[in-house]
Design a binder for this molecule. Structure first.
Ligand SMILES: Nc1ncnc2c1ncn2[C@@H]1O[C@H](COP(=O)(O)OP(=O)(O)OP(=O)(O)O)[C@@H](O)[C@H]1O
Length: 216
């Protein structure tokens, strides 16, 4: 169970997170600039909440008066909005970045086979397509066996066919791995097709949307 109850001051408003999730897929929707990425950043640890508490499966990530848990100790996989692959590293090096000094573990081999990126392992990001970058970034986010997966607009740069394929792969990985997945999307259609629940953020306030009637 992920529990996040915290506030974070932003220039125009406060992000007021009140959120719980189990091993499900939750889509986060809402207008541009409403606090979606900030919410993910607070969970990942790249941004610190001002007040409140975040915990995952009993492990405390942040609480008032306490030292926040280090990013590398949170076991959170994060696929950034622009994929953020290191340009000077190969696909293999990017994927294994969070596992320094280790030979390629068997689950990474399986993951890269499932995602169809084995033939690309020695290529650099500028030598692969947008869809391949997306799958590389997803493999990197999953390589350290995260207990929580954060995806910031994972499919937005993809053509329809690749988006469908990537979405199906994500849902298959979710079935196999059974971890909570939080996905920011601008597409209500995608949210409905992929997620078990939909949460809308507007000016920093969160509200659950009924999944059948959800509309932007
Ligand atoms: N590091 C920062 N410094 C100052 N303002 C910030 C910072 N990060 C975010 N903001 C502001 O906080 C608000 C929320 O930003 P955030 O990126 O969380 O929104 P978002 O809902 O993810 O937007 P989008 O859908 O466009 O990605 C915006 O007004 C943004 O300009």
């Amino acid at each position: 169970m992920l529990k996040a109850e915290f506030t974070k001051q932003l220039p125009e408003f406060d992000l007021q997170a009140e959120f719980k999730m189990d091993r499900e897929i939750v889509a986060i929707v809402g207008p541009s600039g409403s606090g979606k990425t900030t919410f993910l950043n607070c969970l990942a640890g790249t941004v610190s909440p001002d007040m409140g508490r975040i915990e995952l499966g009993g492990r405390v990530f942040a609480e008032e008066g306490g030292k926040p848990l280090r990013i590398q100790d949170r076991r959170v996989g994060y696929l950034f909005q622009d994929y953020a692959l290191f340009p000077h590293m190969t696909v293999r090096e990017n994927i294994l970045f969070g596992l320094p000094g280790q030979p390629e573990p068997s689950h990474v081999r399986e993951l890269t086979e499932l995602l169809g990126i084995r033939p690309l392992m020695d290529k650099y990001p500028h030598e692969i397509s947008g869809g391949e970058k997306q799958r590389t970034a997803l493999a990197r986010a999953l390589a350290m066996k995260p207990e929580l997966l954060l995806l910031d607009e994972p499919f937005s740069a993809l053509d329809d066919e690749t988006r469908l394929r990537c979405r199906n792969e994500l849902m298959r990985i979710h079935r196999d791995w059974q971890i909570p997945v939080l996905m920011v999307t601008h597409s209500m259609d995608e949210a409905r097709r992929t997620a078990d629940r939909i949460v809308r953020i507007e000016k920093g306030r969160m509200a659950e949307l009924p999944i059948r009637e959800a509309s932007l």
